[in-house]
Design a protein around this ligand. Sequence first.
Ligand SMILES: Cc1ncc(C[n+]2csc(CCOP(=O)(O)OP(=O)(O)O)c2C)c(N)n1
Ligand code: SF4
Ligand SMILES: [Mg+2]
Length: 315
Amino acid sequence: MEDYEGRESRWCPGCGDNGILTAVQRLCRDEQLPFEQSVFVSGIGCAARLPHYMNTYGFHGLHGRALPTAQGVKIRRPDLHVFVNMGDGDCCSIGTAHWIHALRNNMNMLVMLHDNNVYGLTKKQASPTSPQGLKTNTTPYGAVLKPLNPLSTTLGVTNASFVAQVVEWIPDLLYDVIRQGFHHKGLSFIRILQRCPHFMPDVFTSLLSDPKNLLLLKHENGMRVSDGVSRLYPTTMEHDPMDLNRAREIAAFDDKVPVGILYRNESIPCYDELRRPKRLPSWEQRRDVLESAFDEFGIFPKTSEVNERGDGQRA
Ligand SMILES: Cc1ncc(C[n+]2csc(CCOP(=O)(O)OP(=O)(O)O)c2C)c(N)n1
Ligand code: SF4
Ligand SMILES: [Mg+2]
């Protein structure tokens, strides 16, 4: 697995992002993904640092803009495995419009929402998924509104094709859902509840202290749950991930937190397949296009200004 390790992580000790990183490194190892064929794209935030910690290609972009960047990569290079890592501010606040349209486009990529219910990197502002009443720098008297539900939002968008929720502190389930998302044809959207011990030490306490508050969704076409995990997390429910209406009902549960694959449908068209060029340009053609683009913006001295030495310096 160390082959896939990039730089040393700078996340806080106990940060749930570490567990998500381990799960994706494990996936890369198990699938033996070629480094040069794998791209991790992110926006800005603590979660968005993940590409630095992978020994693959990566693009640490702009806050909220991970998805359009990833779509640009995928439409041009359909041969690459594209992964997206976003925070809840990244995805559900500034990036909301991109989130909705990326779901509708359903391009083949694995999208992970690291949801710690807060803006972590900028030191504790309320995000759309912050619990009502949470005191933060931007909500000193407590967050006024009920949180946005990313699962219900996603399941309401035309063409959403794979929607799941997991928690990063159960590595077996996290890994299985990420692996199944990776093999899904289309955009896999996985909301991962992620601990931020630095700014949100209590937000998942009820889930951690009483495992019965997690509702494991089981089905032969859903998340694999081992006997050991079943013993620790006894609240389970059968759910067929093809049943969209039931998935929407489960997403709206407010007494239990569902964990598993809520919806999966491989028959939904993918924009990258519909729009794929019949023939990709050759490497020479791509180089020529790049060079002419660079030439357009390059500043060259006029021939008359070039000195006799011919070294490109002005006379
Ligand atoms: C366009 C833009 N707006 C705002 C910021 C400041 N900013 C950086 S990260 C961030 C929020 C991070 O929260 P989240 O996306 O939830 O990620 P986390 O740090 O919690 O993983 C904000 C507001 C920015 N970098 N760029
Ligand atoms: S601030 Fe929170 S999300 Fe950011 S690295 Fe620290 S624990 Fe993780
Ligand atoms: Mg966050």
